[in-house]
Design a protein around this ligand. Structure first.
Ligand SMILES: *[C@@H]1O[C@H](CO)[C@@H](O)[C@H](O)[C@H]1NC(C)=O
Length: 402
């Protein structure tokens, strides 16, 4: 009976998804209504930047695991934008999607958003800072401007072997010791301006998993299954839906303090996820969250525990910043021509089976299974603000480690 109801629901969802694909103007209008408060608009803007960044990174190689905590990259680039000419700032803000906001209090709104997603219960710690080369003559106003606004003072480097350790120590300290060795090698000698950003996420489920750690098969594309630890729970309350256009089933799993994880599980192990990646926007996910329907499922998830680092500098061209790269105008940072050299980003995430509620044992186990045992995409979203906290593509969990 349960199953039939769900299938009916899926039918409804299907027509919903199809309705969504018509008419861009309609979508544009809806945007205005979906995000009303400054915080919600900022949440949407940072998420859209995050999806763009994720697409740029994910499309470099479709066969790799990819992870980002884009909000901390937004924070780093926003700090940088405080040091540029007005026209360069406009270009950076466009890439960061701030041009949609029309928010004169932009920096305060971002500061409030960052503070709200970093409250202890949500499980996110994040850090972002600008580092400047020793050789640059620097304008002191820039240091105080950024520090006053974001509580993080840009730092001038000493120009020696200690710099790498200094940066890594700061990141480690800001993330409770969880993000170690952000830089694996020293910054390039000639780089003038560098940003670092990092995030650690260890969210707690609303509903706990009773079984965890058993090794089970995870199908990888074009290879033998790999054995990875999984978490399992019957009658797990999720919100669910199927998207026939994207050929995937979506589950939203509630975490504590109004955070949730969305999983996009393609129907097929060898599915091409390009279309799915292309469709991710703040608006799409917001619509989705209002459309998914409650269900109880037998839920099986890989136990994820990993670190991932990347320099997103080579992706800026794809974010519409080609012109800016040639003309950065960091004139409020230094009277000398200074250039951005790197945007190092490192994330660490852990999942554990704990949660503060138990799944229902009153009813017999649901026949509906949601088994995440093949490549998938996931995102972690702060439901209060709509901000994207974390996004990832898991192609082969066997390759993941901290
Ligand atoms: C995946 O699909 C996109 C278009 O949706 C196509 O451009 C791309 O080449 C495909 N990738 C692979 C590996 O087949």
């Amino acid at each position: 009976m349960m199953r039939i109801t769900l299938l009916l629901h899926f039918g409804l969802l299907l027509s919903f998804c199809q309705a969504q694909t018509g008419g861009d103007e309609a979508a544009e209008e809806e945007h205005v209504e979906l995000f009303t408060t400054p915080t919600a608009k900022m949440g949407a803007a940072t998420s859209d930047f995050g999806y763009n960044l994720f697409r740029a990174l994910a499309s470099r190689d479709a066969s790799t695991n990819v992870f980002l905590s884009p909000l901390s990259v937004s924070a780093a680039l926003t700090q940088l934008s405080m040091g540029t000419s007005e026209s360069a700032e406009r270009q950076l803000h466009r890439a960061l999607r701030y041009h949609t906001l029309q928010d004169p209090q932009l920096h305060n709104t971002l500061k409030d958003l960052l503070a709200s997603v970093r409250t202890a219960g949500k499980g996110l710690s994040a850090a972002a800072r600008i580092y400047l080369a020793k050789r640059l003559r620097l304008k002191q106003d820039f240091f105080s401007l950024v520090e006053q606004q974001y509580g993080v003072r840009p730092k001038q480097l000493m120009g020696g072997a200690r710099d790498m350790k200094d940066i890594n120590d700061w990141v480690s300290q800001e993330t409770g010791g969880k993000v170690q060795r952000l830089l694996a090698k020293p910054l390039p000698r000639n780089s003038g301006v560098n940003t670092v950003s990092a995030a650690y996420f260890k969210g707690k489920w609303a509903t706990r998993f009773s079984q965890s750690g058993a090794l089970e098969n995870f199908q990888v594309d074009g290879g033998m299954p790999v054995r990875v630890p999984m978490m399992q729970q019957d009658n797990y309350p999720v919100k669910m839906g199927a998207d026939s256009d994207l050929s995937c089933t979506i589950a939203q799993i509630q975490m504590q303090d109004d955070v949730s994880m969305f999983i996009f599980l393609p129907d097929d192990v060898s599915a091409n996820t390009t279309l799915l990646e292309e469709s991710l926007t703040a608006e799409f996910v917001q619509d989705l969250s209002m459309t998914l329907l409650p269900a109880q499922v037998s839920l099986t998830l890989p136990v994820l525990s990993f670190s991932y680092s990347t320099d997103v500098m080579p992706l800026l061209g794809e974010l519409g910043l080609s012109d800016w790269l040639n003309n950065q105008e960091l004139e409020k940072i230094s009277p000398q021509p200074a250039r951005l050299g790197s945007i190092n980003h490192k994330v660490v995430m852990e999942t554990v089976p704990e949660g503060n509620q138990y799944a229902s044992t009153a009813s017999p186990p649901s026949h509906l299974a949601y088994r995440v045992d093949r490549p998938f995409l996931f995102l972690i979203r702060d439901e209060t603000s709509g901000a994207l906290l974390f996004i990832g593509r898991v192609v082969n969990p066997k390759d993941l480690r901290i």
